[in-house]
Write a protein that binds this ligand. Structure first.
Ligand code: HEM
Ligand code: HEM
Ligand SMILES: [Fe+2]
Length: 448
């Protein structure tokens, strides 16, 4: 660790991991309700567990992104964080807003519109905290060195904040409500968050492969261009059936198909740099998460996204378990794995030790990733059966659910393995540092 204020990232990583664990607990509760329909139906109905699960996901990923930003910004900008105290205050406000929303949900208080259920006061606190974060990190960058990595990262974060503002606009007309709703839900994950993903990926690759910054930067600009070009009009793939004009069908189909390209470019980028660079970095676990993220994001977002993105296919699959399969693998690959990768990379340096507990960390990688894949296959099969029975044969939704029982049991089972792997991961990074890399490995230096 070269800069003292990189340490600001630590509490962000800790809070993020605590909320990640909680997200999985709620996921398991929601999955249990699919297997035993009366599971906690009085104490905590399905809509509440589901809302808590998806909200926690977004909140911990955002806190994770903030931690990643505070960690890399001093190194990239060659400048200490403008105000560490502002960072801690901002984290506290964000955590209070998130926890407050979570508690409200348990009492049935929410604003509807999934992902944006937070009560108004919570949305306002989230906005204030995020602006404090942007102020703090932007100033650090502006007073220091500007690189492609930190500029693309800040652009992604600023745009995320801009699009978040649409959360405050809630028209009564349902079609209009949905139209703007997707400007947050879609444009975040398939547009501006991709900039965050690409820059974090670029940062990890520069640090761990030793490939020249110029080469990484060129790739970064291409990926950013492709993501914004395809992602904005790609929103059209959510406009097929909500009462918007018919031209959205070709626009949505074409541009969302193009959305596969930046994800493909990112996986090629990662593997190309991996082969080109030296493969001796001692933090093998961080390298594994990095490559894994690029690969799984390509499958989850690119392949599983493309599967149902053309309007004449989506006509049948819309809102089925196929969507849930895609949602899980895409979020996991693109964002969860990458944040876990940065944490794995950063923690030994934050704790000033050599990379440690790598075997356990890599076991967590394999178990969690296999389980998420298995869950994706399970939900995909469930979705295919559901699409056929419901959309082709015209059977009733509830009748079909009984036929999907086996898939739901499997999904619950895979969820337990994801939970187990999460515990292993958290223990590996925050627990006692046992095993060290062999003495023959290259020692870590400050810039790594
Ligand atoms: C990391 C990137 C991505 C993430 C995290 C993601 C996540 C999601 C999630 C959570 C949903 C469900 C939204 C809801 O109804 O509540 C969804 C829907 C959808 N996604 Fe993605 N996605 C990503 C990229 C893509 C890409 C690249 C494509 C196309 C190639 C795509 C195609 C779709 C389609 C067509 C739907 C609507 C499904 C339906 O009609 O039910 N996604 N995505
Ligand atoms: C890190 C891993 C996970 C991520 C990124 C994740 C993400 C998501 C997302 C994006 C949705 C909304 C899907 C949609 O709107 O189509 C969702 C819903 C859900 N998740 Fe997860 N999840 C994860 C882990 C789990 C686990 C371990 C379980 C438990 C088995 C689980 C069970 C569920 C259930 C039951 C739903 C509701 C699906 C529905 O409404 O039909 N998730 N999750
Ligand atoms: Fe989308």
């Amino acid at each position: 660790m070269k800069y003292e204020t990189q340490r600001v990232a630590l509490p962000f990583f800790m809070v993020a991991m605590a909320l990640f664990a909680l997200q999985i607990v709620f996921g398991l509760a929601a999955a249990a309700a699919y297997v035993w329909p009366h599971f906690m139906s009085e104490a905590m109905p399905f809509n509440i567990t589901r809302t808590s699960h998806t909200n926690l996901l977004i909140v911990w990923l955002l806190i994770g992104f903030m931690g990643c930003t505070y960690y890399l910004m001093p190194e990239e900008a060659e400048n200490e964080i403008y105000s560490p105290n502002l960072a801690y205050l901002q984290l506290a406000i964000f955590a209070i807003a998130g926890a407050g929303a979570l508690i409200s949900y348990q009492f049935g208080i929410h604003e509807g519109r999934h992902y944006l259920e937070q009560p108004l006061w919570s949305k306002i606190l989230i906005t204030i905290s995020f602006l404090m974060f942007l102020f703090n990190t932007s100033l650090t960058m502006l007073k220091g060195r500007k690189t492609a990595i930190n500029m693309v990262l800040m652009l992604g974060l600023w745009l995320a904040a801009v699009f978040w503002l649409f959360a405050f606009y809630n028209p009564d007309n349902l079609a209009l409500d949905k139209l703007w709703w997707w400007w947050i839900v879609h444009i975040w994950v398939e547009g501006v968050w991709e900039l965050i993903m690409a820059s974090l990926l670029g940062y990890l690759l520069i640090k761990m492969t030793g490939v020249d910054r110029e080469i990484i930067e060129k790739w970064l600009y291409v990926i950013v261009g492709l993501a914004l070009f395809s992602g904005l009009l790609g929103t059209g793939h959510h406009y097929y059936w909500i009462g918007t004009p018919g031209y959205w069908q070709p626009i949505g189909s074409i541009f969302s198909t193009l959305e596969v390209i930046p994800f493909f470019a990112m996986v090629v980028f990662a593997f190309y740099m991996f082969w080109k660079g030296n493969r001796n970095h001692p933090n093998k676990a961080a390298m594994l998460w990095t490559m894994g993220s690029a690969a799984v994001a390509f499958f989850g977002a690119g392949v599983w996204g493309f599967m149902h993105t053309l309007s004449w296919i989506n006509y049948y699959t819309h809102g089925t378990q196929i969507t849930a399969a895609h949602g899980h693998l895409a979020f996991y690959g693109a964002y969860v794995m990458l944040v876990l990768g940065v944490i794995t990379y950063a923690m030994p340096q934050l704790r000033r030790v050599q990379p440690y507990n790598q075997v356990l960390n890599m076991w967590a990688f394999w178990i969690m990733t296999s389980a998420m894949w298995f869950m994706t296959f399970t939900l995909t099969f469930a979705g295919v059966v559901q699409t056929h029975l419901q959309r082709v044969l015209g059977m009733n939704f509830m009748q079909i659910q009984d036929q999907l029982d086996l898939f739901y049991v499997f999904r619950f089972g895979t969820g337990i393995f994801v939970g187990l792997a999460a515990v292993m991961f958290i223990y590996a990074v925050f627990g006692p540092a046992r095993e060290q890399v062999p003495a023959t490995s290259k020692p870590l230096t400050a810039t790594e």
